[in-house]
Ligand binder design. Structure first.
Ligand SMILES: Nc1ncnc2c1ncn2[C@@H]1O[C@H](COP(=O)(O)OP(=O)(O)OP(=O)(O)O)[C@@H](O)[C@H]1O
Ligand code: SF4
Ligand SMILES: [Mg+2]
Length: 366
């Protein structure tokens, strides 16, 4: 079995705020294999970006990682304990070196007063041993590779001179120019119209194959995940509630929340079909419900157990992980609690013995 490129274990993230300590991510674990595309879905506020930023240590100054949290990056021989990195030089490996990120709004990631080309060259000078001339040549090649016409001229332009779709392409070119092993794409297509969105998704798929790069693909939209990812992890209020191979999860979602996300998607073969969005709104992380965190909105809530006991992620025969008492009582899962991991089917998962009680983390915040 291939060793994971990145392994996230028991990641708990809290923020110190004026209202108190907010738990935004609660004991989340997943692995991403080299070259694999993992989709991370969930409604706004479920903790997707906070989880992704932890991999690059980009969360704000009020962030506290629980002491049990581990993020191990395997760069081929060397294992890096990401949460223990402190010096700016050491952090470079996860900030533009082995890991790169593309954001929802590319305007925010380009400095407005520096040309696109100069920003690309600077990044290459930091993360590779290219000369300035080589970095310029490579940047123009990358702009061409992502389909930007007249790349040599565009290299000398500013972000405001690019259209939205072109900025997104330029950001992909910049993120990929250092040949990262992991690309984090945080809602990379949400701000684009559907035609450009489809082109950008196709482009990313081609580049993944060509560069054998892994992607953590974050979106609200399970439809986009169906087109792009190998596996999917569904997140709700800071917890992973279901993970599995995309084709299995999309065809037969087990968790009521995943079912709700899929029912909310328009069906092109039946445009008259009524959409049934998940009822209600995601609660504030300051008011995490007791028991199953989804119980305040769950159409399948069936017993007091849902309100009192936070379900463990349990594994079925295909390696699907689901955290739901109802699914557990149907008996499709093994009784051995799996670690909260998105590891591939057949991958070794560490058993966890204690039942999760309510939504609060147990470890001490740093
Ligand atoms: N620095 C911070 N201080 C306090 N709370 C924060 C901070 N950063 C994020 N949060 C909170 O953490 C929770 C998760 O936020 P996150 O940005 O990860 O959501 P998301 O799933 O990416 O949502 P969206 O789909 O809207 O991007 C939110 O409730 C957010 O308000
Ligand atoms: S544990 Fe209960 S409340 Fe939670 S998702 Fe399952 S059925 Fe719904
Ligand atoms: Mg986000």
């Amino acid at each position: 079995m291939t060793a994971p490129l990145i392994s996230v274990k028991d990641l708990t993230i809290r923020f110190t705020t004026d209202e108190g300590l907010v738990t935004a991510v609660d004991r989340v674990s997943f692995d991403i294999a080299p070259g694999e595309v993992l989709g991370l879905v969930g409604e706004s506020g479920s903790g997707k970006s906070v989880t992704a930023k932890a991999l690059m240590r980009l969360n704000a100054g009020n962030t506290r990682y629980d002491e049990k949290s581990r993020i191990i990056l395997n760069t081929g021989g060397e294992e890096i304990d990401v949460l223990s990195l402190k010096k700016p030089n050491d952090l470079r490996v996860v900030r533009g070196g082995a890991i790169s990120m593309i954001f929802q709004e590319p305007m925010a990631s380009f400095a407005p007063a520096i040309t696109i080309g100069d920003q690309m060259v600077e990044q290459l000078l930091i993360h590779t041993d290219m000369t300035k001339a080589e970095a310029k040549e490579h940047s123009i090649e990358m702009l061409a590779r992502v389909g930007i016409p007249e790349p040599a001229r565009r290299f000398g332009q500013y972000a405001f001179e690019f259209s939205g779709g072109m900025r997104q392409r330029a950001m992909i070119a910049m993120a990929l120019s250092t040949r990262p092993k992991l690309l984090i794409a945080d809602e990379p297509t949400t701000a684009l119209d559907v035609t450009i969105q489809a082109q950008v998704i196709d482009l990313m798929k081609d580049l993944v194959d060509e560069f054998h790069m892994a992607i953590l693909f974050i979106t609200h939209d399970l439809g986009v995940i169906a087109q792009t990812a190998d596996r999917v992890a569904v997140m709700y209020l800071g917890e992973l509630v279901e993970t599995g191979e995309v084709r299995h999860v999309i065809r037969e979602p087990h968790h009521p929340y995943t079912q709700g996300l899929l029912n909310a998607l328009p069906k092109l073969d039946d445009l008259t079909a009524e959409l049934t969005p998940v009822p209600g709104d995601i609660p504030s992380p300051l008011e995490r419900p007791s028991g199953c965190v989804f119980h305040t909105r769950c159409p399948d809530l069936f017993s007091d157990r849902c309100k009192q006991e936070n379900p463990e992620l349990l594994k079925d025969a295909r390696g699907r992980l689901v955290a739901c008492h109802l699914v557990e009582e149907k008996g499709v899962q093994t009784k051995v609690p799996a670690a909260k991991t998105g590891a591939k089917s057949g991958a070794k998962t560490k058993a966890k013995s204690s039942a999760r009680k309510s939504g609060t983390g147990k470890g001490k915040a740093k």
